[in-house]
Design a protein around this ligand. Sequence first.
Ligand code: ZN
Length: 309
Amino acid sequence: MAPAMLPLLRRAWAAAASSRRGTRRCSLGACCSYRLRDALHPLWQSPLTIPGGTRQSPINIQWRDSVYDPFLKPLKISYDPTTCLHIWNNGYSFLVEFDDSTDRSIIVGGPLENQYRLKQFHFHWGAINDWGSEHTVDSKFYPAELHLVHWNAVEYPSFEEAVMEGNGLAVIGVFLKLGARHEGLQTLVDALPAVKHKDTVIEFDVFDPSCLLPSCPDYWTYAGSLTTPPLTESVTWIIKKKPIEVDEDQLEAFRMLLFTSDGEEEKRMVDNFRPLQPLMDRTVRSSFQVRHLLDTEAQPQGHAEQVRP
Ligand SMILES: [Zn+2]
């Protein structure tokens, strides 16, 4: 989130926290082991507090329950590397933020009716490789997940206003799996020691995040929410089917960051993901057809065993 959003976030979070009646619990008990529950960020250790939410994120994507939609178009991505501005440790993740005052870095197509402007990207990751992603595929976690956050500048005058609207945001999700070192990511990894502490910001002025996207065009899409406060139900999620590969050193560089400010007792920035939320009355659509039941070629590999309660 951008600094300008903080007052909005604080207000929404305070309102949610003071209104527990009529809220529903997350699916934590059904989906997570005690070990994973212990790993949760304090933000998520109490019952979840969005009143009446029906399209919360993240979710488990059940491969065979997703519905192929032949009308889904390919997603077109056009990023201008010079719109990249800086990296900010916001105390929960690190955000790579972009100049979104013009249409220089946009996505269009896919499930989207408008073009959406890139605002920022960030990651979620675990303390160990057995978990860390927010979404799961057939109940399997990846060690990390990238979110590229865009807003609908055709219909709304600002990011802050788009956040409050059902079609305000579009987030591309990309899973990270353990494998070869990712050269595009390494530029970013090299900069991370400079934003080790909460509230540090550094300039990071030329970066093309399309290098972090898998070449395979296939994706799932569903209507969901932000996974951090204010948890508003404003996100069209576009989850790429294929993960990208990163190596252990790169994940370890994420884990060297701190939730805490300089001078505070150090707390490693790990397990900064929200627990899974119920699908409720939603359908996950896919841009691709499942060719046969054992489509192992595209199934996630090299991550955790299924975690059971
Ligand atoms: Zn995120």
